[in-house]
Ligand binder design. Structure first.
Ligand code: NAI
Length: 327
């Protein structure tokens, strides 16, 4: 099949070419949007990433070009208008699980860095500043970790934190028996927020979870709580979090995702003036650590993403049905 792959970087090509599958792969650097979808003309399938726009207008245009398959190089599909895909007769496929450990380990990396101020110590030591003032951390051992969403990634975080000697409490509408057997205590969301020293978000972005962490949710949390979001930016109301950082209600914030990340992340903007004032305010706090959506970015995860994406295309070509269909 001829597949046009949007939002590609050199590293995507390496892993997609290796997975191959005998398909004709055309790489496009641009994000998929209403303006760029025309680049897929001539292809039979489109491959999209997390910040590509797969809304009704894009799907209508793809349908008119004869495209019947959109394969996502991601687990989340909140960027896709599923009703429009169904109406257009376009199959949407995804990579449900490529390496939950990659994201789980990144969430823990954010926790450890923030707790022990590794991000600040790194800069200080390079400048010959060996003072410890301002770097005081706390032991993770004995602390309570609140996991919101114990799917593949959340369960991975729970396992790691249990290994640190933490108490792990969790909220998920669907309980995970393995988590419970390992000692995770499920409770209502309000109780998780009230009990946790660190709240870490691993639920998908849905209408129900949009701004799940807003001003009211923050008031339920312990003063000085650490909040980690490696899931989707819009689960957190950024304005409310900034106010909470200013008054000390939130003590540490670790983000791998951001509400308005599509205009920033995955690009080198170091020669540009960043226009997003909210984001710029966020990164001025010494107790905030932001990474640019790199939770998935390990060798193991990229290889698995490429292999599953190609498997989705191969199966659709031979059976008219992708391996991991969303619609
Ligand atoms: P999953 O589908 O295995 O688990 C999601 C869990 O959230 C499920 O157990 C579900 O029952 C639960 N859930 C649904 N609604 C909830 C709610 N209102 N409150 C609490 N829990 C709720 O998904 P997985 O693989 O663990 O991924 C989680 C999220 O992580 C994805 O939706 C995606 O947005 C994000 N992600 C981020 C990456 C990164 O690079 N930073 C990479 C991959 C995924």
């Amino acid at each position: 099949m001829h597949v046009t792959i949007f939002s590609t970087k050199p590293y995507d090509r390496v892993f997609m070419d290796a997975a191959g599958g005998g398909h004709r792969l055309t790489y496009v650097e641009a994000r998929l949007t209403r303006d760029t979808c025309v680049l897929a003309r001539g292809a039979q399938a489109v491959c999209a990433f997390v910040n590509d726009v797969v809304d009704a207008a894009v799907l209508d245009a793809l349908k008119d070009m004869g495209i019947r398959l959109v394969v996502l190089r991601s687990a989340g599909f909140d960027n896709v208008d599923l009703a429009a895909a169904k109406r257009c007769g376009i199959t949407i496929a995804r990579v449900p699980a490529y390496s939950p450990e990659a994201v789980a380990e990144h969430a823990v990396a954010l926790m450890l860095s923030l707790d022990r101020n590794i991000h600040r110590a790194y800069v200080r030591v390079r400048e010959g500043n060996f003072a410890l003032e301002g770097l005081l951390g706390f032991n993770l051992h004995g602390r309570t970790i609140g996991v919101v969403g114990t799917g593949r990634i959340g369960a991975g975080v729970a396992r790691i934190m249990l290994g640190f000697g933490c108490r792990v409490v969790a909220f998920d509408p669907v309980r995970d028996a393995d988590c419970e057997a390992r000692g995770v205590t499920y409770m209502p969301l309000e109780d998780v927020l009230a009990a946790a020293d660190i709240v870490t978000l691993h639920c998908p972005l849905t209408p129900a979870t949009r701004h799940l962490i807003d001003k009211e949710a923050i008031t339920r949390m312990k003063r000085g709580v650490m909040l980690i979001n490696t899931s989707r930016g819009a689960i957190v109301e950024t304005g409310a979090v900034i106010e909470a950082l200013k008054d000390g209600s939130i003590g540490h914030l670790g983000l791998d995702v951001y509400e308005e990340e599509e205009t920033l992340f995955f690009e080198d903007l170091s020669d540009h003036v960043i226009q997003d004032d909210v984001f710029e305010r966020l990164v001025t706090f010494p107790n905030v650590l932001v990474t640019g959506h790199q939770g998935f970015f390990t060798t193991e995860a990229l290889a698995a993403i490429a292999e599953t994406t190609i498997a989705n295309v191969t199966m659709f070509e031979s059976a008219g049905k992708a391996l991991h269909e969303v619609v």
